[in-house]
Structures are given as C-alpha cells and as structure tokens.
Design a protein around this ligand. Structure first.
Ligand code: DGL
Length: 270
C-alpha cells in the first residue's frame, strides 16, 4: 500500500527550511509543501493564543493541498500549538521539540544541557519538560536569543554583528558548564558555525531537524502512508504569506533542489 499525497511543512519564515532539508534527505520520494509565514514573523515574541490561531490557519491552508501529515518545523509553534492542533485534526503531526529533547538527553555526558530558542519556546518550558520526562536528574539551562531570527532572515549568517550578538547571548551559558546545546529554533542551524565557534569544541550542538525527519519516516512506515519509489525527485511546492522573491532567493541557497517559484497565500483568509 502507498500514499501519494504530499506532506506539509511549516514555519514562521525560512528557518523551517533546515528541517525541510533533512526531510528531503530522509524521505526522498515524498512530495513536500512548505509554508513560511513571512508576513507574521517573528513567532517567538508572540503569545500562545496568537500562535495557536496562526497554526490553525496554516493547517487549514495545508489541508486544501490534501496533505497526509504535517511537520511543525518551528519550535515556537511546536511548544505552543502542537498539542491543540493534534487534538483537533485527523491527520498526524510531528513537532521538533520532542525529537530535539530526546537526542539531547542521549548526547549529554555530564548531565548539563543548554537550550537556545525564542522567548516563546523558552517560556513554555517544553524542552525542560520533555528532557525531565526522560531523566529527571538532567539539568537544563535555557537562554532566549530573540535577535537571532531577524539576523538570519536578513541573511547575516556570517556577519560580525551576528557574532557579537551570539557572543553576548552565549556568554551566560558558558558559565553553566553545559556539554550539549540544543539549537531550539529552526533558524539557528543557519548560524551553526558561528554558535559552535563561540561555545567551543567541548560543547556538542544538537539540531532537532535530523531526529524529526527520522521520526517522520517511522510514522509514515507505521501508518502505511509512504509514497511509492519515484524515478525523478518530486516537485516540491513553496508558499509564503509575504515577500515571495526574497524567500525564493533564500530557499535556493539553503536547499539544493529545483525551486521555480513561490506562491503567496493570504493566510488570514483561512
Ligand atoms: N523558527 C521558529 C522556531 O523554531 C520561529 C522563529 C520566530 O519566528 O521567532 O521557533
């Protein structure tokens, strides 16, 4: 049995492309539909109620594309809205927080884990909750880094300003002697090198995207939702709520696949 329907992937902007990239690698026969909510970004400074409302609209839009599953490629939306949309909908969802927590708990040797993320993800406490459900003795140190998202969206991935901001944010975490650091926002893997240089080689960086794509692969197999093998790679579709050209340029740089256009969606209509 196979299921040729596409899989939805969404984020507030370009960050979810770091998850999309892993999903493309892990399930290469699956057609993907990406939505980046560029008109309403950032998510990380907004309330839980607002993020739940945004997530509901995006899910409604993706369902018009007949998706068979949805990857919430945004930590803030996974932390605030995943449980709500999962309970309301009849298709399966995969978020990024739980897979990220799992791999961090398995990675740490000294039991001290740092989490950098948006203000929303940090204040939700979700990483700590999942990590403590695996091992209550692990110590979790959260640090919100709100300026990283606009810097990444601006494309300042290797800029001295971004380095300076990273240095200020991460200095606090260095004093906690963590050996594992979760990149708890899907935008952050795009400045991974800079974060790694700042933290030093003794700190292992965890990007939840890999584990998330593995969890998706398992879910598709378990539920008999896998697409049949294809001869050519599927033609993925990309949608945003604003500034399509800007997104397209970024997406082409992050993904090595053929992207011919990006559609603009009036997401408030959904
Ligand atoms: N990339 C998202 C996350 O993983 C949201 C960033 C934002 O819009 O603040 O949290």
């Amino acid at each position: 049995m196979s299921d040729e329907r596409p899989i939805g992937v969404f984020d507030s902007g370009v960050g979810g492309l770091t998850v999309f990239r892993e999903v493309m690698r892990r399930v290469p026969d699956e057609k993907l539909i990406y939505f980046g909510d560029t008109a309403r970004l950032p998510y990380g400074t907004k309330s839980r109620e607002t993020i739940i409302g945004f997530a509901r609209q995006i899910v409604r839009f993706l369902k018009t594309k007949d998706v068979k599953a949805i990857v919430v490629a945004c930590n803030t939306a996974s932390a605030y809205a995943l449980d709500v949309i999962e309970a309301e909908e009849d298709i399966p969802f995969i978020g990024v927080v739980k897979p990220g927590a799992k791999v961090a708990a398995a990675t740490t040797k000294n039991g001290r884990i740092g989490v950098i993320a948006t203000s929303g993800t940090i204040s939700s406490g979700m990483y700590g909750n999942y990590i403590h459900s695996i091992d209550p003795d692990l110590k979790v140190f959260g640090k919100e880094c709100p300026l990283f998202v606009p810097l990444v969206e601006e494309g300042w991935l290797h800029d001295s300003v971004t380095r300076e901001v990273a240095s200020r944010y991460l200095n606090e975490l260095k004093g906690e002697f963590i050996d594992t650091l979760i990149l708890g926002c899907t935008h952050y893997p795009l400045i991974r090198r800079l974060i790694a240089e700042e933290m030093g080689e003794d700190v292992k960086l965890v990007n939840p995207a890999y584990e998330t794509s593995m969890a998706l692969r398992e879910l598709l197999a378990e539920r008999g939702l896998e697409a049949s093998p294809r001869e050519k790679p599927p033609k993925h579709e990309f949608y945003v709520s604003d500034a399509a050209e800007r997104f397209l340029t970024f997406a082409k740089a992050v993904l090595s696949c053929d992207i011919s256009s990006t559609g603009v969606v009036d997401i408030e209509r959904y």
